[in-house]
Design a protein around this ligand. Structure first.
Ligand code: GTP
Ligand code: MG
Length: 165
């Protein structure tokens, strides 16, 4: 299919926060309940239409485990955007955001847009990070912010549509 623009995105963040599930929900509209640990990097793509223009999003889903960090770093190059994901039910994944941000800024083009996602918004009863904390972190670092659920698909479509603009 012909397209007017091609955008490359990279998804980063701690292991288990739901990076692969967000991608699967966006490309296949399905949810994977089991943690299928990503090894190295996986890849997904989908077309979206914005203002009548066909846009192809090419998305690189990286492994959150520490041992893959050097592989992840080699994928920042050429990315128009990075989706930095934490899990609202695990405070440690929120605490690690600064390290992720430093890594992303250091290894990418200076014009790469970084977007913050607080995922698993369906698990309200297990929430450890307030939405306001995510908003404050995003404001402080100049990031776009949304809470999403890869399970219910809440805000997933919205997010990928806002992300490129
Ligand atoms: P790595 O590949 O190891 O870096 O992890 P990942 O960030 O890709 O995590 P993955 O997408 O595999 O999801 C980890 C676990 O969280 C799985 O058991 C998912 O089913 C679950 N999960 C992901 N997103 C959501 C969500 O929005 N809500 C709920 N309830 N569970 C989720
Ligand atoms: Mg994964």
């Amino acid at each position: 299919m012909a397209y007017a623009y091609l955008f490359k995105y990279i998804i980063i963040g701690d292991t288990g926060v739901g990076k692969s599930c967000l991608l699967l929900q966006f490309t296949d509209k399905r949810f994977q309940p089991v943690h299928d640990l990503t090894i190295g990097v996986e890849f997904g793509a989908r077309m979206i239409t914005i203002d009548g223009k066909q846009i192809k999003l090419q998305i690189w889903d990286t492994a959150g485990q520490e041992s893959f960090r050097s592989i992840t770093r080699s994928y920042y190059r050429g990315a128009a955007g990075a989706l930095l994901v934490y899990d609202i039910t695990r405070r440690d994944t929120f605490n690690h955001l600064t390290t992720w941000l430093e890594d992303a800024r250091q290894h990418s083009n200076s014009n790469m847009v970084i977007m913050l996602i607080g995922n698993k918004s369906d698990l309200e009863s297990r929430r450890e990070v307030k939405k306001e904390e995510g908003e404050a972190f995003a404001r402080e670092h100049g990031l776009i912010f949304m809470e999403t659920s890869a399970k219910t698909a809440s805000n997933v479509e919205e997010f990928f549509h806002t992300a490129h603009s």
